[in-house]
Write a protein that binds this ligand. Structure first.
Ligand code: MN
Length: 482
């Protein structure tokens, strides 16, 4: 029997704001002292009043527009109740019936292992984007549980997709594109390691030739692209064999957890219905009203999105994988852009920054954080352009820049690498060359043009490759013909 998986994702992304979603406690993911960024509001004390964070709404609006969603001029907050020690108020403030944004779509490319695009312009629908606040963090240690509420009340976006994905590769490629978009619009730092972007993935199977969506398994709390991929692959296989043994799909929706260390899922519960959360309108927060003008202005000010940027680099003549590298790494992009602006040559800029610089960084076991500054790279380009060093010698200089962190001028002078471009100095060398290569001069005069090459070779050897080859040619021609 052939089955087709149907996959949908829920993505939680932490918004990059100074303060929390409904109070002025700091939203600082890097704070490692527990329970310092808390106040009566985010601790859910009775009698406190939440106030909506305007920046969080603005950033979520931008992200909604990037997702091609309709931003709803009127939305409102609801209380979602559940009891767990990481949730001091006993309910999460979320948006249920009237989310901030609805009905969008994201285009993404499927990328093969070698970095080439195997399928471009795939589409995944977005059901909704809503705002909510995050819970605290629990640490289980030696039979005890420690509660840290620094994260409690920090702003979150929940993005829900349509069940448009068919494979774990598609799910990962889509999630990666979403992450690029979060960063590009400045909505979230989306640092997976810090848990700023987390996934729940739903998967169900249906028989080929049927349209009916069967009950699904929802995999909770996937914290990396790797976990997303492996969990979906595992659950698909498990659902297939379950279908084979029971003769049908799941009887009802289930919720499973992904055990990263063991590489398998574990059934947590039969999925609760919305009823179980006892959603009701949040009485302490007025409806969220965003005017059409504000939405239009946000749309007009949207920065270029990653896929557009990528296309822009491809149009400049770069390969899709080079374009992807630049889109994914802001530091790399900054260096490339600086060099490109000066040289106006995308191929040359990519050769210097993407091939040579990245290569030397790799060999030296260094990261982009240790890369030469744009100013140093531009100084290196100047030294090639003004003839101080040859393009070939520039590689040695670049490698030394990465090793030592020094600027190109110091390296060129320390290594005595400067090209000899001074006319009188070159004329002197040419005269010496003519005297030392009388035979070659003779054959050149008799019409053997290639003899000139032998003389140039002698000069380059004599000057340890530092004579400016272009100038040597022209001075030599003049001297030999006079
Ligand atoms: Mn949520």
């Amino acid at each position: 029997m052939k089955y087709i998986p149907t996959i949908g994702l829920e993505i939680h992304a932490e918004l990059k704001t100074r303060t929390k979603m409904f109070c002025d406690s700091r939203n600082d993911p890097d704070e490692d002292r527990p329970n310092v960024n808390i106040c009566p509001v985010c601790m859910g004390h009775p009698g406190t009043l939440p106030v909506t964070n305007k920046t969080a709404v603005e950033k979520a609006t931008k992200m909604s527009l990037a997702l091609n969603c309709t931003v709803n001029e009127n939305s409102h907050f609801d209380r979602k109740h559940y009891f767990y020690p990481d949730l001091p108020s006993g309910f999460q403030i979320s948006q249920f019936e009237f989310p901030l944004a609805s009905k969008g779509k994201v285009e993404y490319d499927l990328v093969a292992a070698d970095g080439t695009i195997s399928e471009a312009g795939k589409v995944c629908g977005i059901t909704r984007l809503h705002l909510e606040n995050d819970a605290g963090k629990l640490t289980h240690r030696a039979g005890k549980t420690l509660c840290d509420y620094n994260r409690a009340g920090t702003p979150l976006m929940e993005i829900v997709t349509e069940p448009d994905l068919r494979t774990s590769e598609e799910a990962v490629a889509f999630a990666e594109e979403l992450r690029r978009m979060l960063i590009a619009v400045g909505a979230s730092e989306a640092d997976m390691f810090k848990g700023m972007m987390r996934f729940d993935a739903s998967i169900s199977l249906r028989e080929v030739g049927t349209e009916k969506l069967n009950p699904r398994s929802e995999i909770k709390n996937l914290n990396s692209f790797k976990a997303l991929e492996k969990a979906l692959q595992y659950e698909e296989k498990r659902l297939r064999s379950e279908w084979e043994s029971t003769g049908g799909p799941l009887a009802g929706n289930i919720t499973v957890g992904w055990l990263d260390d063991e590489g398998k899922t574990r059934i947590l519960r039969n999925k609760e219905n919305a009823d179980d959360y006892r959603y009701f309108p949040e009485p302490d927060i007025p409806p969220l009203v965003i005017s059409a003008e504000v939405i239009a202005a946000a749309k007009a000010n949207l920065p270029p999105l990653p896929r557009m940027q990528k296309q822009h680099y491809v149009d400049m003549g770069l390969t899709p994988s080079e374009a992807q590298l630049l889109t994914d790494d802001t530091l790399l992009c900054e260096r490339f852009t600086a060099v490109y602006k000066k040289s106006k040559d995308a191929k040359r800029a990519s050769s210097l920054v993407l091939t040579q610089m990245r290569g030397f960084l790799n060999t030296a076991g260094k990261s982009m954080a240790d890369a030469p500054s744009s100013a140093h790279l531009l100084a290196l380009v100047s030294k090639i352009e003004d003839g101080t060093i040859s393009a070939n010698a520039s590689k040695e200089v670049l490698e030394a820049m990465i090793e030592s962190g020094k600027d190109p001028e110091s390296i060129i002078s320390e290594k005595g690498m400067a090209q000899i471009s001074d006319d009188s100095e070159l004329e002197e060398i040419v005269q010496k060359a003519l005297a030392a290569n009388a035979d070659a001069v003779e054959s050149f005069k008799k019409g053997k043009a290639s003899a000139l090459g032998a003389i140039v070779g002698w000069i380059m050897k004599e000057t340890k490759g530092q004579a400016n080859p272009g100038k040597v040619q022209s001075i030599l021609q003049k001297a030999i013909q006079s």
